[in-house]
Design a protein around this ligand. Structure first.
Ligand code: F6R
Length: 245
């Protein structure tokens, strides 16, 4: 894993966006894997700004998101489909037909998982996957204990994850209890991974990732087995960390 240390959230967001922009210029038909949550919002802002100022085009780009809450339709303000439209897709020239997110309101979530996994495979897999990390080490919504062999699947959200995400909802009872997420195996098949880590609240998770063992009890640790991972982390997340490697 390669680590790029930056000063703060804004620099992380600029660096991450530039990384993605360079790839889009190099491979205009790139398949991007995208994340939601607070971490990538600044990155998406920078992508929009660059699109408006420099004309970087996403016309031929395909995007697959990591996860979606079960029970929410794409019109629900708390769905990740809504989030992605608002935070990125509505502001760049990507064809919405080429933006994929698991359908949280599909009648049979298990069938939806299989469909989503097949969809990614049929497109030749993800070229560059953007990830955030949960305080408990989750990537996507792969909570601690998830098998490293899992493909896209239904997951019961940890209480800590629901608490962390309650900030986007009116109250914690409204946070769905289940989600569909790309599995660890799905994520590991992406050709390249860019992990964004910002803030003191992610310090322990980053420390565990860098200095801990590879274990299903800490899902992000699997990234050490991936041949091409870049971490962009800010000072607050890195402070006090012992950097081996
Ligand atoms: C988002 C996702 C999650 C988040 C993680 C961190 O699609 O899959 O793994 O990346 O929960 O969330 P934030 O960025 O809000 O701290």
């Amino acid at each position: 894993m390669k680590m790029i240390e930056v000063q703060n959230y804004d620099e992380m967001s600029q660096k991450a966006a530039q990384y993605i922009i360079n790839k889009v210029h190099q491979y205009p038909t790139i398949k991007l894997g995208l994340a939601t949550g607070g971490t990538p919002v600044g990155t998406y802002k920078n992508l929009i700004q660059d699109h408006q100022q420099n004309g970087t085009s996403y016309r031929d780009v395909t995007a697959f998101n990591l996860d979606e809450y079960i029970g929410l339709s794409g019109n629900d303000k708390n769905s990740y489909r809504y989030f992605m439209n608002e935070q990125l897709f509505n502001h760049i020239d990507i064809d919405k037909n080429n933006t994929f997110i698991p359908r949280g309101d599909y009648k049979d979530s298990e069938v939806e998982c299989q469909r989503y996994e097949r969809l990614i495979a049929d497109h030749g897999g993800v070229d560059l996957q953007i990830l955030g990390i949960g305080g408990n080490g989750h990537i996507g919504f792969n909570e601690p204990g998830t098998s490293f062999h899992a493909n896209t699947h239904v997951i019961q959200l940890d209480s800590t994850t629901r608490e962390a995400n309650a900030r986007f909802f009116k109250n914690i009872e409204d946070v769905p209890t289940k989600a569909i997420t790309m599995g660890i195996s799905t994520i590991m098949r992406s050709k390249e991974i860019l992990l964004l880590v910002s803030g003191e609240s992610k310090k322990d998770a980053l420390d565990k990732l860098i200095n801990g063992e590879i274990s299903e009890s800490f899902p992000a640790s699997v990234l050490k087995n991936h041949p091409c991972v870049t971490i962009i982390a800010d000072k607050a997340a890195v402070s006090g960390l012992k950097l081996h490697s």
